[in-house]
Design a binder for this molecule. Structure first.
Ligand code: IMP
Length: 212
């Protein structure tokens, strides 16, 4: 049986204010007091893992060890079947562009185009199946951990469509909708109901707090 959080303080191992707010809102109803890694001055470890699980555990363990408080981290990305799961843990890296001033930026259109180019290179009718993944890892200061894996299956379309969402949303058509709208064309509330993050959180909440 998994070890339980049972209320109290929880460090959210992210320096992203949006993620902290979203995760805190989900867990505070269960008596968790969420603290941010940023506000505790915790360093951000290098994400050197080759899987979402490894990277989520690296972040959760680093925060738990440095703070002495149980920590939660997430890692997410897009895995394309015909590309053997790429970009996977490199999902954000594929959008990295070195501007001539030397300041790195993220170009999501370039990243989506790279995926599309690789698919077209394979064949004109390549399998376009893909899935967003989200792994949530809880790490206790004594080294014990729990991992929850969420998935949102779908397929890739081209060209990108829609103005909502972020990242690879404009090329991802979720299977759960049984339609042709991309994640960037559906309302955020609907996306949050069917997303990889929703799936991972539902598993965490069910296991940790017994709520289906
Ligand atoms: P991280 O887990 O914050 O490192 O995110 C990895 C990358 O995965 C993000 O930068 C996005 O490009 C991509 N990603 C994760 N979730 C989504 C999503 O819901 N829509 C679009 N892209 C996503």
């Amino acid at each position: 049986m998994t070890r339980k959080l049972g209320g109290g303080s929880l460090v959210i191992a992210t320096h992203n204010a949006g993620k902290l707010k979203e995760i805190s809102a989900l867990l505070e109803p269960y008596g968790m007091k969420c603290l941010s890694a940023g506000s505790l001055g915790l360093p951000e470890p290098a994400e050197t893992g080759t899987t979402f699980v490894e990277n989520a555990l690296i972040k959760a363990r680093a925060a738990a060890e440095a703070s002495g408080i149980v920590a939660l981290a997430d890692d997410s990305g897009l895995a394309v079947d015909a590309l053997d799961g790429r970009p996977g843990v490199y999902t954000a890296d594929w959008a990295e562009r070195q501007w001539f001033e030397g300041e790195p930026g993220r170009d999501w259109y370039m990243a989506m185009g790279k995926v599309e180019g690789m698919l077209q290179e394979l064949s004109a009718d390549a399998d376009r199946s893909a899935a967003f993944h989200c792994v949530l890892a809880i790490s206790w200061p004594d080294g014990e951990h729990a991992v929850y894996e969420g998935r949102c299956p779908g397929s890739l379309t081209w060209p990108p469509r829609g103005e909502l969402g972020f990242g690879y949303d404009p090329v991802f058509v979720p299977q759960a909708r049984e339609g042709s709208e991309t994640f960037a064309e559906i309302e955020p509330d609907e996306k949050h109901r069917i997303s990889h993050r929703a799936d991972a959180f539902a598993k965490l909440v069910k296991d940790q707090f017994g709520v289906a």
